[in-house]
Design a binder for this molecule. Structure first.
Ligand SMILES: [Zn+2]
Length: 131
């Protein structure tokens, strides 16, 4: 089952829609004019968890330090989703060390799930402190 969602209003839409039938905006133009990285960060707010998981993995593969804080905020926003929370910690672990990474890990110390907090802490001890 492959669902397709409007990236702007998050409604479920037919695959290949250029104009979203729900919000009427031009999806193709938005995708053309918005850098891939920004679209991934935007997708972290998508209410559908499979879309968020895809964005988390893509941001992990992109390896850009500025993804760290948006990733942490994503985990805190849907904090009942422990699987996603751990995926976020894993993604942040693979990002370059620096201020953004440290900030993201300290945000995750407020996560309600013990396993997520623990994973964030062990990442921090492993060398998140560089920089
Ligand atoms: Zn829409």
């Amino acid at each position: 089952m492959n669902h397709h969602y409007c990236p702007l209003c998050y409604a479920e839409i037919p695959i290949g829609s250029q104009i979203c039938p729900a919000c009427g905006r031009d999806i193709e133009a938005w995708e053309r004019n918005t850098p891939y990285f920004d679209r991934l960060v935007w997708a972290l707010r998508n209410p559908h968890s499979e879309v968020r998981m895809g964005a988390i993995l893509s941001l992990q593969n992109q390896g850009r330090a500025e993804a760290a804080v948006p990733l942490a905020e994503c985990a805190l926003q849907s904090d009942v989703d422990v699987v996603q929370g751990l995926a976020v910690v894993e993604a942040i672990t693979r990002l370059p060390n620096g201020a953004e990474k440290l900030q993201a890990l300290s945000l995750l110390e407020k996560h309600p799930a013990h396993s997520v907090r623990e994973a964030a802490q062990s990442t921090q001890n492993k060398g998140g402190s560089a920089g």
